[in-house]
Design a protein around this ligand. Structure first.
Ligand code: LLP
Length: 386
């Protein structure tokens, strides 16, 4: 039996819970990204590895020609192992350790996105020890809000990320006087799961103002990196399987005033892999509470923490059943009250043994899994594995 994109017979043979990645959808998504980005000659798209570092997915994404956006030494290693050339790796993060900076320097990655003056000084010093010059961009905190969950906004003055707008001139001047760093660009990222294009418009306006201000001081910039943040439709994973990349790239084309020869970089994570992944879990028990009916499944917040951490909504389907629907709370086995995937959702009548698919879990799912309660980390299978 197949239900939607799922081949239940094949799933029945695997031990649950596991992640399933529809690589055909991933490939179509990547084609759409390339088609839309290539309409603009100076757009460069990086994949934000933090969203999902599954090696099979990384290979497909690299083969499609995206660069890599990393936030740790581990991610730099994963990117290199998957074949991303160092010259297409950008590296951000508020707290880079010395070994991570050295790894970036040894491999001569394209750019360090620097988040503070103390970090700039350490990169200059470590690069000096190696007799190298590191490309640096400054991550600016543009103080632009995004209409998304407060745990995933990053571009407000109160957030820990980036350098305040008022300090830009002084940090650029510091860099221009250092021997082992080369200032090449500005970096921004205002948050994640953004569906309202006006948030990106606000970012464009901030960047335009900043560029005008810098030019008055005779400073020009070769690379602008606007980070990622494009959201996906969690409620309609089939109808909106591919995000609206056209609207996204066109927003930047319309509102961001790029200077001659400037390159515009993007760091997309969720929009690339979010819709291609589902968490497949088996129903252990159906329990009748006083006021509720619980479907207790074998996946928990250990496999997918997003609902517990951000009150995230993921569509859930009973892929073993076409029976009439009933209302359930879908909960995991972890000893935490917040180990709930969804409350009061409609599922085809569910019995012990039924497989459920928790959809739109390709981004920040498997990669954020933990071993709490001494559980095993989940496996990830792709269409080609089955
Ligand atoms: N660039 C930077 C500097 C970032 O901090 C992020 C995400 C991205 C790019 C990619 O953003 P995306 O295109 O995926 O929105 N765990 C949360 C999301 C955290 C996002 C962190 N930064 C979640 O599950 O919703």
């Amino acid at each position: 039996m197949t239900k939607g994109i799922f081949n239940i017979e094949k799933f029945q043979r695997l031990s649950t819970p596991f992640y399933y990645y529809d690589t055909e959808l991933l490939r179509r998504t990547l084609t759409e990204i390339k088609t839309e980005a290539n309409k603009h000659s100076n757009y460069i798209v990086h994949y934000a590895i933090k969203a999902n570092a599954n090696t099979k997915l990384l290979k497909i994404i690299h083969e499609a020609g995206l660069g890599a956006d990393c936030v740790s030494g581990g991610e730099i290693k994963a990117a290199l192992e998957a074949g991303f050339p160092a010259s297409e790796i950008v590296y951000a993060g508020v707290g880079k350790s010395d070994w991570e900076i050295n790894l970036g320097l040894d491999n001569e990655i394209f750019c360090f996105n620097v988040e503070s003056i103390p970090e700039l000084e350490v990169i200059n010093e470590l690069a000096g020890t190696k007799g190298k010059v590191a490309n640096v961009a400054f991550r600016i905190n543009p103080d632009v809000g995004a209409h998304t969950h407060s745990n995933i906004t990053t571009g407000l003055a109160e957030n820990k990320f980036g350098i305040a707008m008022r300090d830009i001139d002084s940090i650029i001047n510091r860099a221009l006087h250092m021997k082992h760093v080369k200032f090449i660009g500005l970096h921004f990222h205002i948050g994640s799961q953004i569906l309202d294009m006006s948030d990106f418009v606000a970012l464009c306006r901030r960047i335009n103002d900043l560029q005008n201000q810098l030019e008055k001081h005779g400073i020009s910039v070769r690379h602008i990196n606007v980070g990622g943040g494009l959201g996906i439709d969690y409620e309609h994973p089939d109808k909106s399987a591919i995000p609206d990349f056209k609207a996204y790239f066109d927003t930047y084309a319309k509102y961001l005033k790029l200077r001659h020869g400037q390159q515009l970089h993007f760091e997309l994570g969720r929009a690339v892999v979010g819709q291609c992944g589902s968490l497949i879990t088996r129903t252990l028990y159906v329990k009748q509470g006083d006021t509720k009916q619980f479907a207790i499944v074998d996946a928990g917040m250990t496999e997918l923490i997003r609902p517990a951490l951000y009150q995230a909504v993921h569509k859930i389907e009973n892929i073993s059943s076409n029976r009439s629907t009933e209302i359930y709370d879908v909960v995991g086995p972890i000893c935490e009250t917040s180990d709930v995937f969804a409350k009061d959702v409609l599922l085809n009548k569910t019995y012990r043994g039924d497989l459920l698919a928790i959809r739109s879990a390709g981004a920040y799912g498997e990669i954020m899994a933990s071993q709490y309660n001494c559980r095993k980390l989940p496996k990830g299978y792709t269409t080609e594995d089955l």
